[in-house]
Design a protein around this ligand. Sequence first.
Ligand code: NDP
Length: 500
Amino acid sequence: MDLTLKVIEGSRQDLFIAGERVAPRSGRYMPSYDPTNAAPWYEVADAGADDVDAAVQAAKRAFHDPAWRRLTQTDRGKLLRRLADLIAEHADELAAIETRDNGKLLKEMRVQLRAAPDSYLYFAGMADKLHGETIPVNKLDMLNFTLREPIGVVGMISPWNSPLMLLTGTLAPCLAIGNTVVVKPSEHTSASTLALAELIAKAGFPAGVFNVITGKGATAGEALTLHPDVAKIAFTGSTATGRRIAANRLVSCQMELGGKSPHVVFADTDIERAVNGVVAGVFAAAGQTCIAGSRCFVEKSIYAAFVEKLADRTRRVRIGHPTDEDTEIGPLALAAQLDKVEQYVDYGVADGARLVAGGHRPRRDDLPGGWYYEPTVLADARNDMRFMRDEIFGPVVGVVSFDNESELIGLANDTHYGLAAGVWTRDIDRALRFARNVDAGTVWVNTYRSAAYMSPSGGFKESGYGKRGGFEVMREFSRLKNVVIDYSGATQDPFVIRLC
Ligand code: NDP
């Protein structure tokens, strides 16, 4: 199977519905751009509501079709194992496609794609471990039990920053459970999801179990979330879009939204390691990660020294083409994102923060036309500054000084978000107190941005709800049914409830 860049370059990518590539009914396509030079490199179908309906109907038929419905959970697990093998076989091609589409470092994509098969294998193993329970009741002649069932058609909407990795977290468990899926990737990064569709078909999943609708969020995305035959929505994206989806429809949602995560450094830590951790937490993937530790809190006694070291390391971050092994920061994925980052750095400076590193688009002849931005440190920041309140989704960190632990917790939790948090300290008691008191779905101690598909992750507050990862996600994407059987043979008073 040829999934190389050569095949995609200059091509027109159609939708993937019921196992086939299908042209959009409108005949409209839109360009997808290479962030390293802002040049269009392929075109993707611009689906309308009628295309979305066709995909949902295909998924609905597949859900009820015995070819999928009557597969045992063990057989679903086997299909996922075959898919894991195919992803491993094509990992380099998938990594290259995503790097070309969103500018993420190729070396990072290789790591993500090496982990992806393991993630599918993990959920393949779970396929036959999801079960209900027998509930002891107060009647000897009644059997009360629960069944765990697939939900139906799941509509998935993914963002542009890590399309395959973020999709895997919900797709693998959904397939293990027996749901069917319609995915709407971001219009900016559809190629890798379409390539995955080819592998899913090759693995032997029945047609219609996995469908891809490409197009704009406001049209194709919205039509998917409003479709009455979509039984659950798995949305990863901004809090603003998540709020709109949740307001539009009374349907179960799993929401992975934005963040403004606190990253804390106590004076007792190894400063070099902490600087490295803060850099990893906010500048990796050019800051385009939901978990970015974009608010850095540093204990007063080491504040000045820490800021100096952080600024020094930041100035030495190597900006370059994402396929170069030496590059540490590639371009931002979208032109609009570059403008947004620039605007927020301006807000920070206008509000009184001190620019100590970065703050510009690099002027380099070897990066012509790309959407690059220098990693940026704004010191002497405060939580009430606009760049510290809003999610920027770019390589910008604000640094704040704090006096003591109780002040710190107040500062860390002073945000609408609650996705992740990090702390650097050698004091285990303090680390545990922080972990207990911070409002964040994931807490890292002496590490940051360490991901595991076995971990239940998901945000608090406006960072979303519902979990992905671990066994929790199997509960999230299945439904629980209660069955009560009376085997007494007795006839009851029809006008009195039978408590059992
Ligand atoms: P958006 O919310 O703009 O877009 C996310 C997805 O939703 C895209 O596929 C988009 O399509 C689609 N979409 C846009 N409007 C609608 C709509 N009205 N109805 C349905 N779908 C719609 O977010 P960004 O693309 O800007 O992604 C970055 C955001 O994602 C950040 O806030 C980040 O924190 C968050 N994120 C959260 C993660 C988490 O795990 N918590 C992980 C990664 C990112 P299109 O792009 O075609 O418009």
